[in-house]
Design a protein around this ligand. Sequence first.
Ligand SMILES: NC(=O)c1ccc[n+]([C@@H]2O[C@H](COP(=O)([O-])OP(=O)(O)OC[C@H]3O[C@@H](n4cnc5c(N)ncnc54)[C@H](O)[C@@H]3O)[C@@H](O)[C@H]2O)c1
Length: 346
Amino acid sequence: MFKLGLIGCGRVVETGHTPALKRLAEDGLVEVAALSDPAQERRKTIGDALSVPENSRYENHTQMLESETLDFVDIALPHFLHQKVTIDCAKAGVNIISEKPLATNLAEADNIIKACDEAGVILAVLHNYRYNPAMRKALELAHAGEIGEVFLVRYEGLGGSHWHGTPSYDPDWRTKKARAGGGCLIDNAYHNIYIAREFMASAIVSVYAQIETYTRPIDVDDTALVLFRHENRGTTSIQVSWGVSAGGRGVREIHGKEGSIIFGREGNPLGLYKNSTGEWTYPQPQAEYENSFAGIMADILEAARSGGPVPTDGLEARKNLEAVMAAYESAGRKEVVKVNIPAPVS
Ligand SMILES: NC(=O)c1ccc[n+]([C@@H]2O[C@H](COP(=O)([O-])OP(=O)(O)OC[C@H]3O[C@@H](n4cnc5c(N)ncnc54)[C@H](O)[C@@H]3O)[C@@H](O)[C@H]2O)c1
């Protein structure tokens, strides 16, 4: 059983990681042995929920690393803290599960990857949307060739606000460039991008983006519209926003030359349309873990046990960040930016 220490006990840890870790602890895969967070209220809430001993709850990660013998840390901090804390953990020789994005820019990501390589520790980044049961099913169908070669991925989610962090820290850190590196693109569209790259299974060769701050009094983007062209001539269209108070219709559509997959059709998690029959079917997702964090963490722990590859390592997470950064560059230059970002290895 792996001993794990949490670094950061904020909102995603409460709503996502805690139920996941409880389940994995029940399955005998992990023990949450320690945690760290400067906010006393967070240490108590998460420590009590995960039965972490009182004397293993620390105000900062340095004390935790010095006092505990851990196999893994789970880092869930505001983006600007990822670089320093991840490198500290690598130097302490502890394997790392990191929240996305790996860092706020590519130079920081490179420093993190180098430190982990030098220390010989695992670096796994939580691209957890792949483990949502409906998403898993859709990816399985697409990769099995059910809709033929994919040529168009649409992934849109328009909302009226950023996700607020815990009130015990700074609930609006995501709206501050110095803390988040960017806005809805680096925070939300980040997920849409790795999912689209998986469905298209073809390198991104160019990026065109319009990224603006339209309605929110914040110094990062509240709306990002991004088009990728892929090596196979396919197109990915991603639209995200924190600036549409009414909200928009969530769109998740994958179109192939022989059919389509559309999420949420007729109240089903996903629908599969085959051009050959002209009919819809509704394959039911089945997954061992409903919670996407439990799914990806189970695979990371299994990779550590067997010595196999983790689901998303630092280099793969860097590729996703490269697509994010190319979109910011395109919007800044108002031009198409050429890139060569390989599809993830599934
Ligand atoms: N994968 C997903 O689906 C998903 C969803 C939400 C958030 N996230 C990611 O999780 C991370 C955290 O987001 P959040 O919404 O939980 O933020 P949050 O603000 O709610 O939590 C951050 C926590 O870190 C603590 N903290 C600050 N400095 C610290 C330090 N030096 N050492 C230890 N703890 C420290 C704060 O007190 C706070 O409790 C971000 O990187 C975000 O991108 C991922």
